[in-house]
Write a protein that binds this ligand. Structure first.
Ligand code: ADP
Ligand code: MG
Length: 243
């Protein structure tokens, strides 16, 4: 299996707050990795370093063989094949659903308008929102917005998808629809890194679960192992609180 993501001794600080204290990780093509850990432990910062939304202070982040920590790397090119989905959707409010989805591939010259429209229609079908293409974000539920956000990310044909707590802002009854879309994506072989509090999802869908605490990976293992027999005391304490 080809290595998609290699992180070596990644360090990041905000002023004197050291948030990532030497992260090491390798993720293969098609792997689904869930990242869990307490609030403030550095999960979002870690995820944002994977497409350099945060400046990388030290260490290496190698995506498909390209070190994005290197200032000379054209990060926009790398980002074109990394989709990201946030807790708060970040849809463009003044654009319809289909315009949200077609904007980036057309603007960046990846697809013609017609190709992008066709792709958007397919993607809306995939996320179960075929009837919403002309709707505006404000008329959608949180779960629908998040599924549009996923479709929008997929419109660029990414081969890596990053999710930062994609269901944390949703009403409970919306969570399942979004997780099901993510599950489909996982089964299609997408490489995925997912920060989540959905332990049931992590257990069912992840190939690996990573526990981050205070800026360090304390455990990196199978869902089976981490949920039934966590090795680290801090993992145990965390899981006792959330399970
Ligand atoms: P998590 O996602 O695990 O809750 P974060 O990565 O968001 O954790 O945050 C880790 C730490 O970094 C926290 O102490 C947070 O306050 C701090 N932090 C995150 N982003 C910034 C920022 N842009 N500026 C300053 N501090 C930040
Ligand atoms: Mg976070």
């Amino acid at each position: 299996m080809a290595e998609k993501i290699l992180v070596e001794n990644l360090r990041k600080q905000f002023h004197d707050n050291e948030v990532l204290k030497g992260i090491n990780l390798s993720i293969n093509e098609g792997e689904v990795v869930c990242v869990i850990g307490p609030s403030g432990s550095g999960k979002s910062t870690f995820l944002r370093c994977l497409n350099r939304l945060e400046k990388i202070d030290k260490g290496e982040v190698i995506i498909d063989g390209v070190n994005i920590a290197d200032d000379s790397t054209d990060i926009n090119l790398v980002r074109q094949h990394i989709g990201m989905v946030f807790q708060h959707f970040n849809l463009f409010p003044h654009l319809s659903v289909i315009e949200n989805i077609t904007l980036a591939p057309v603007d960046l010259g990846k697809l013609t308008k017609e190709e992008a429209q066709k792709k958007a229609i397919d993607l809306l079908d995939t996320v179960g929102l075929s009837d919403k293409s002309e709707a505006y974000p404000k008329s959608l539920s949180g779960g629908q917005k998040q599924r549009v956000a996923i479709a929008r990310a997929l419109a660029m044909n990414p081969d890596i998808m990053l999710f930062d707590e994609p269901t944390s802002a949703l009403d409970p009854e919306m969570v399942g629809d979004v997780l099901n879309v993510m599950k489909k994506l996982a089964h299609k072989g997408m490489t995925m890194v997912i920060v989540t509090h959905e332990m049931g999802f992590a257990r069912e869908v992840a190939d690996r679960v990573i526990f981050i605490d205070e800026g360090q990976i304390l455990e990196d293992t199978t869902p089976e192992q981490i949920f039934t027999n966590p090795q680290n005391e801090r993992t145990k304490n965390f899981l006792d609180k959330v399970l």
